[in-house]
Design a protein around this ligand. Sequence first.
Ligand code: NAD
Length: 498
Amino acid sequence: MAQLSANDGRSPAAAWLEAGRWSGKHFPGEWIAARSTICVREPATGTVLGEVGESQPDDLPSVVARAREAQAGWAAKTAEERAAIFRRAAAIFEANRKELTDLVIRETGGLRGKAEVELQGSIDELFHSAALLVQPEGHILPSRHPERLSLARRVPLGVVGVIAPWNFPMLLAMRSVAPAIALGNAVILKPDPQTPIVGGVALARAFEDAGLPAGVFSVVNGGATVGEALVEAKGVRMITFTGSTAVGRRVGELAGKHLKRVALELGGKSPFIVLDDADLEAAASAGAWGSYLHQGQICMASGRHVVLRKVAADYVDLLARKAAALPVGDPFRANVAIGPLINAKQLARVDQIVRDTVAAGARLMAGGTHDGPFYRPTVLHDVRAGMPAYDLEIFGPVAPVVVAEDEEDAIRIANDTDYGLAGAVQTASLERGLRVARRIRAGLVHINDQTIADYAEIPFGGMGASGNGSRFGSMNNWEEFTEWQWLTVGGKPTRYPF
Ligand code: NAD
């Protein structure tokens, strides 16, 4: 099969992610030829980007054994030794910024700006993980016995399994992989099979070049079967899963059966509330961004535009004009605002939701058509409870507008979902903004902004069906990726009456 090099000949320098090293291989601690392969294609054109080795469930026991062995030595290294590797990995990503950005665009079908944010976010995660290692590892407790020291210390969990999605494959893998390894764990990553190069190979190569000891980081490739094998593998103490709520439930069920810690970052139906005193032009711009960025394939996408009746017609008019003006096409080869959907199944699902919602009485104000994998940004007006676009996470470039009678009604509609990932409110009044924002049941809420934002330093996570209460980001990573040990120390043996 014809294969392009990762940089498609656009850079005169040899590609850092040169395919010869990893083609047909997986990374169970080192690059090893797999029994079968997974072909990776650009969603925009179908062009083959490469082939990664496909792992099998029966590969897992040896991968875990190797990771367990490597973890003990890794955890014994000094914090400074560990931190240095993370700074080097960040420098490697920096040095290969252009090549990696191009590849993120091609493999995910996202815009250059999205790819730049994803790469920078991944670099930030590496630096923040290095910075975790200058923080205290525990504290001294009051002692019941003055001659003994009583300590609470954080210890690594052991081997952590990370399962990541395709929409921000590098960042959503890195935000678990980097802190988990920095805090002394070994990690086995399973990227989505649609994006295993930037979501797996790139991380493995960076840690390899940075000098991470072999076996501390492994990548296994495959879909549900390999994912479930990782969740069930004996010796894996924790699973962090980012993906759909349906699969998250399954992962949680299996993890519970095996008494494993599990962090679930799941789907969303995030409300974007427009009050009647909002700057409508700014609100329509933010709302379009919130629903159309990366073709709406973001967990925090604005899933319902909840607009007060007084301004609904004007807002929808502005939003529909914006949607109609956005250029759609291949983001690697043209200057567009909207790229392809990830695959044909997802495109058909989005189209069905739009059609069924219109058939149920909503009004199509823009879009609703597609050309190949490119779905036009769509505005649906007068969407109501019971319609598919009201109830379902769409994961496509669709802005469902729901009219609310007043502020109280807007809050009710915003919370009329099992999900609780993000929310936003647009208003000229800070007082109203705070009053509404405080009542949105979501993990991430913004006043006078849209719903999509994530940085390495924030507590990222959702409420309700958007997760299980886990939070990633900087300080929170201590909670996620370590557990407490109570340690007491005495200089002399303690004597007992027995
Ligand atoms: P998905 O749940 O289909 O797949 C996610 C990952 O799970 C992939 O690696 C997949 O191969 C793997 N997987 C599939 N079935 C599995 C199983 N039975 N056991 C173990 N692993 C399995 O999700 P997706 O389509 O890749 O991503 C879209 C979804 O992810 C959306 O619902 C989106 O909202 C959510 N998401 C959430 C966040 C967040 O941080 N909350 C971020 C991005 C995406």
